[in-house]
Design a protein around this ligand. Structure first.
Ligand SMILES: *Cc1c(COP(=O)(O)O)cnc(C)c1O
Length: 379
């Protein structure tokens, strides 16, 4: 049972769709699937913008989202409060961009005021893009994208480029309503399908920037994907089976409805947080800043890696560890994608049994399950 922030669990309908023989990617049958999937991706993204599919992981989608719209030496602001924010700064540096990091301590959300200050001071319009990680998976923190984006809009020139890898399909992200230019995501997170597909949505304003952008691009040249998407095809061989799986997953999402999907993730988050608190374990994310996709726990009185080991060995539940300097200091409970209330009860019950086994004494057995049950009872 995967309770990590990707790959996430895959429903049976999707597994069965994945089990079919591959079909030719230049066939009429495949074009029909592409047309349906593209329309449903726009629904999921709440946008009329292009939503392009690439055979890459989330990082590839974000790299494409950055390099297609910028030129060497361009200044970009990059929000940095965890591993993924830092990664986009590294991508910018690798391509010779002038990267200015806007930092917050890990576990805390980015401060929109710091973005406002930099953007307002930029009267010469040197800042060409602002890159923000919406849900910072490494720390379990959700950033206030809506407010940061308002400051970007007030600047007028800069593009807003969003890492939505663990927020798309988990929390409301109205691309058109907010005017988000570029939004990247990956199949193994909120999409309920295995790893291998990356998604990038691109606004008209970003396509304008594309025309004059001079960074090198070939496989990740989004213009190629746009041109072919208009004909319901792709420039290179796509992972046809994954796209058939995606077709099934999008149907399930439409049956559930966006509003219900977001409510479910919010409920899973609250139940997990309340349960963890009831067990006397500190949450890593600052109060009120927890991500709907993942809850990070910084245990005291019990070793994070031992918790993960017993959860895996005895209960067959995989939790994520900490990354970089958080290795061994935190464990993370993923509740993104195909996850139900029952899964959370199973995970919390197993976590309690794990704590008993490890001799942790800071809690009353049953308190975590009871706290989660109270959240579920209220809805
Ligand atoms: C998983 C993830 C990514 C992408 O990672 P890949 O391993 O390249 O798929 C990017 N950003 C965030 C916030 C993520 O959680």
């Amino acid at each position: 049972m995967l309770m990590i922030p990707g790959p996430t669990p895959v429903p049976e309908q999707v597994l069965l769709a994945l089990a079919k023989h591959p079909i030719g990617h230049r066939s009429g049958d495949f074009s029909k699937i592409m047309a349906e999937v593209t329309a449903n991706l726009k629904w999921l993204h709440q946008t009329q913008n292009d939503v392009l599919m690439l055979t890459v992981s989330g990082t590839g989608a974000m790299e494409a989202g950055i390099i297609n719209f910028l030129s060497p030496g361009d200044r970009i602001l990059v929000g940095s409060n965890g591993k993924f924010g830092d990664r986009w700064a590294e991508v910018g540096q690798a391509y010779g961009l002038d990267v200015v990091k806007i930092e917050a301590e890990w576990g805390h959300p980015l401060d929109p005021e710091k973005f406002r200050a930099q953007l307002e001071a930029d009267t010469g319009k040197q800042i060409k893009a602002v890159v923000v990680t919406h849900s910072e998976t490494s720390t379990g923190v959700i950033n206030d994208l809506e407010t940061i984006n308002r400051h970007v809009k007030a600047h007028g020139e800069a593009l807003i480029i969003v890492d939505a890898v663990t927020s798309l399909g988990a929390v409301n992200l109205p691309i058109d309503e907010w005017g988000l230019d570029v939004v990247g995501s990956g199949s193994q997170k909120g999409y309920m399908i295995p790893p291998g597909l990356g998604f990038v949505s691109v606004s008209a304003k970003a396509w304008e920037a594309y025309k004059t952008a001079k960074l090198p691009r070939f496989y990740l040249d989004l213009g190629k994907y746009r041109k072919d998407a208009a004909k319901n095809t792709t420039p290179f061989t796509p992972p046809v089976n994954l796209i058939v799986g995606l077709q099934a997953a999008l149907k399930m999402m439409q049956a559930e409805g966006l509003e219900s999907i977001f409510k479910r993730h919010d409920r899973l988050k609250r139940a997990t947080q309340e349960a963890v608190k009831a067990l006397g374990l500190p949450l890593y994310a600052a109060e009120g800043a927890g991500s709907p996709a993942i809850t990070a726990v910084a245990p005291t009185g019990v070793d994070a890696e031992q918790v993960r080991a017993v959860m895996k060995k005895q209960f067959d539940i995989v939790l994520a560890g900490g990354q970089d300097h958080l290795k061994g200091k935190i464990f993370r409970i993923g509740h993104l994608g195909f996850v139900s209330d029952r899964d959370i009860l199973a995970a919390i019950g197993s976590l309690e049994a794990t704590l008993v086994e490890l001799g942790y004494e800071g809690f009353t057995p049953g308190a975590g399950v009871a706290a989660a049950a109270r959240v579920f009872a209220k809805g």
